[in-house]
Design a protein around this ligand. Structure first.
Ligand SMILES: NC(=O)c1ccc[n+]([C@@H]2O[C@H](COP(=O)([O-])OP(=O)(O)OC[C@H]3O[C@@H](n4cnc5c(N)ncnc54)[C@H](OP(=O)(O)O)[C@@H]3O)[C@@H](O)[C@H]2O)c1
Length: 235
């Protein structure tokens, strides 16, 4: 089994790398990083540098790797040192918005474009992207965080569209959007203070939940927007 974890250096990504090493003892794992490789080392693990905003690099990686059984995109962006998600439309900044699209939406589309052939198999394969419940239009009761929200909604539409196309062209691939719940990483750090007790998940909890969903899902489940608790999230 060959597993590609894009963003394997992130908070959730690095937990996924170590969980997959345990969970799939026969697997070879390729994990990507952008700025610094993760600190996990293993004979079945290979680190590759990948800036997911550069299409040529994604294409080169797919040419190098060939067939893949499980591709998980755990890249994401919510805030920088200088900019937090918007509380009001008055804070909207086109550059921040574009960066959200570049990191939260585009990479999964480019990965789908270049790994479509790699995921075609006689056996079940999986293509998973990390979305967020905040990208659900139906669930939006609070407003705010416009750029992140829009970028994840756009990701949801893109993955749903890819799932429909692939149900004919890559019929054994199960395309899944996953909502982790608030997970204790650098991405959520500034927003953890007022969370109700029990609502901050450890990265291990999140990766266990995702691997359970992957292992219990079949191609017939393609195109679903799944929560960590196993329920489907409305669009
Ligand atoms: N944590 C939460 O509470 C939460 C909740 C809902 C959804 N999510 C989603 O879950 C996913 C993982 O989040 P996380 O909490 O693990 O975030 P994180 O710890 O901040 O990790 C983000 C990852 O994205 C990578 N990245 C950023 N820009 C990149 C680029 N241009 N090219 C390649 N990689 C790039 C980072 O790589 P480097 O570190 O190497 O730069 C890092 O691996 C994200 O999609 C996020 O939106 C998280």
């Amino acid at each position: 089994m060959k597993i590609l974890i894009v963003g394997g250096s992130g908070g959730i990504g690095s937990s996924l790398v170590s969980s997959c090493l345990d969970y799939y003892p026969e697997s070879d794992i390729i994990a990507t990083y952008n700025t610094h490789p993760g600190d996990i080392h293993h004979s079945r693990l290979q680190w590759r540098k990948l800036d997911v905003t550069i299409e040529d690099d994604i294409e080169n990686l797919s040419n190098d790797l060939g067939s893949i059984d499980l591709l998980i995109n755990a890249v994401g962006f919510l805030h920088s040192e200088s900019q937090k998600p918007e509380k009001t439309i008055k804070e909207f900044d086109p550059t921040f918005f574009q960066h959200n699209i570049n990191i939260n939406t585009l990479p999964s589309i480019l990965l789908a474009k270049h790994f479509m052939t790699s995921l075609r198999s006689n056996k079940t394969t999986h293509f998973v992207a990390f979305s967020a419940k905040i990208g659900s239009i139906e669930d939006n009761r609070m407003g705010g965080w416009l750029s992140y929200r829009v970028a994840k909604s756009a990701l949801n539409m893109a993955m749903k569209t890819i799932a429909i196309e692939w149900s004919l062209k890559v019929p054994n691939c199960c395309v899944i959007l996953f909502h982790s719940g608030t997970t204790d990483t650098q991405l959520s750090k500034p927003f953890q203070k007022n969370l109700p007790v029990g609502q901050l998940h450890s990265t291990n909890h999140t990766t266990d939940a995702l691997l359970d969903i992957i292992n219990s899902s079949a191609p017939a489940d393609t195109g679903k927007f799944m929560s960590y608790n196993g329920s489907e999230i409305p669009w």
